[in-house]
Design a protein around this ligand. Structure first.
Ligand code: PLP
Length: 462
């Protein structure tokens, strides 16, 4: 009885959205969401999934295969979210599934070393000249948290410098946003983070070397590490110039602070060596997540053998994990990274993405729509800001998100799934075929037409 009422409430809510006729059916997803709200805060286990920034209720996914996903109502979508990045080979990849299934025949977890950890480490380290040793953890957040502790333990300093617009997981000391001055202590961006933690974090704008230098002057010999997403991809795609990243490298070397590249998104995405390899810059510590685990929960941090020797049990910096190096997760990572290590993998993927985004951008330009597609490798971002270049978070006009919201809804109606926030990037996998991308492009063109014409053509509701 209760669930029938829930369905009615949810369906009515959807039908009364202001922009046109009833969308794709979401009855079953809506009912599941109503139920989920009784179990989880906001009905979800990670906030952005709640569709708070877009129309309607979240879609509950029942299946994924290749570049497609299906929701509980039987709607099929071409997926550009790819589980927020990990699925670079697409959904339900055969090699990963078979390797994981084979491993599971022998049990799920031992809390003791297995050869699979060696195998994944060997695969990574033999193809990545930027790290000599690593430690597996179970998420990107854990990787960053541990990297920061390592930097503090190694340098014997406390402060961390981060950039406004970079996200590093829900680590206390990094849930901090810029204060009012150019170089200030950060202010917590989440309730529950003590002010004293935020006081250890300095936040400066991206692409602003002057602010970085000022911070090093003001907090002389106190900064343990500068942490950056070398490809900032959590607040739009704020591509930085190589020179800026190089200058960060230089200033960290001179000031004896560590440079941490948070490559949870860019790692194994821009190339096997991630952004470090792409820009040919040697950071001191690199963090990984997402792709490294082939869709299962794996993170890692890596550095030189010398710096890593500070981690327990070798050194004094404590870090541990019950499920770290879990054999099933290691297997998924091995299967996925083995494919990525094959010659030509990234060339094909990046070319395919470039063609796709170039054509969308060209369409938008010809029609004089204020939408630009930013891209690097197989990561892209639809920006409705009308700007040619965006390198800082504060350059994104929040009002541009209204257009994204409509775009998102129109895309879902046309069978294309992108992340439910205009600040999120999209990903292309090796499973997206030319044919899929052609179909998606058509849906994107039609949705753009709607977004940019709706004020003048009231009958245009599709
Ligand atoms: N660092 C970056 C750059 C990320 O994009 C994310 C997550 O999106 C994280 C860290 C946190 O990773 P996780 O969500 O696996 O904890």
């Amino acid at each position: 009885m209760e669930s029938v009422k829930s369905i009615e409430t949810a369906t009515t809510a959807l039908a009364t959205h202001p922009t046109g006729k009833l969308d794709i059916s979401r009855e079953k997803s809506a009912a599941l969401y109503e139920k989920a709200k009784t179990y989880f805060p906001g009905g979800v286990n990670s906030p952005v999934r709640a569709f708070r920034s877009v129309y309607g209720t979240p879609l509950f996914i029942v299946k994924g295969d290749g570049c497609h996903i299906w929701d509980a109502d039987g709607n099929k979508f071409i997926d550009f979210c790819c589980s927020w990045g990990p699925l670079i080979l697409g959904h339900n990849n055969t090699q990963i599934r078979e390797k994981v299934t084979e491993t599971m025949q022998n049990g799920m977890s031992f809390g003791a070393p297995t050869a699979l950890e060696n195998e994944l480490a060997e695969l990574i380290l033999s193809h990545n000249k930027y790290i000599e040793k690593l430690r597996f953890v179970s998420s990107g957040t854990e990787a960053v948290m541990s990297a920061i502790r390592l930097a503090r333990g190694y340098t014997k300093r406390d402060k961390i410098l981060k950039f406004e617009g970079c996200y590093h997981g829900h680590v206390d000391s990094l849930l901090v946003k810029a204060g009012s001055g150019l170089v200030t202590f950060g202010e917590t961006s989440s309730a529950g983070v003590p002010k004293s933690f935020a006081d250890e974090t300095i936040v400066v704008p991206l692409n602003d070397l002057k602010a970085v230098k000022l911070a090093f002057e003001e907090f002389k010999d106190q900064i343990a590490a500068v942490i950056i997403e070398p490809v900032p991809a959590n607040n739009g795609l704020l591509l930085q110039e190589k020179e800026f990243l190089q200058q960060l490298r230089e200033i960290c070397t001179v000031k004896e602070a560590l440079l941490i590249f948070d490559e949870v998104i860019s790692g194994f995405r821009l190339g096997f060596e991630g952004a470090a390899g792409y820009y040919q810059i040697q950071p001191d510590i690199i963090t990984y997540g997402k792709i490294i685990g082939g869709g299962l929960p794996v993170g890692a941090y890596g550095s030189s053998a010398e710096i890593m020797s500070n981690i327990s049990p070798e050194g004094a910096v404590y870090q541990a994990g019950t499920l770290s190096g879990n054999p099933v997760a290691m297997s998924a990572g091995i299967a996925q990274l083995s494919e990525l290590a094959k010659p030509g993998f990234y060339i094909g993927l990046n070319q395919k993405t470039k063609k796709f985004t170039d054509e969308i951008e060209q369409y938008s330009e010809e029609k004089n729509y204020g939408m630009k597609v930013f891209r690097i490798g197989s990561i892209f971002w639809f920006a409705f800001t009308g700007l040619e270049n965006i390198r800082r978070a504060d350059e994104i006009d929040p009002k541009s998100m209204e257009k994204f919201k409509l775009f998102h809804r129109k895309l879902l109606n046309r069978g294309v799934y992108i992340g439910p926030s205009g600040y999120e990037v999209g990903f292309i996998s090796s499973a997206h075929t030319e044919n899929d991308l052609e179909k998606a492009k058509k849906a994107i063109f039609e949705s753009l037409d709607f977004v940019f014409h709706q004020q003048t053509d009231a009958s245009f509701t599709g």
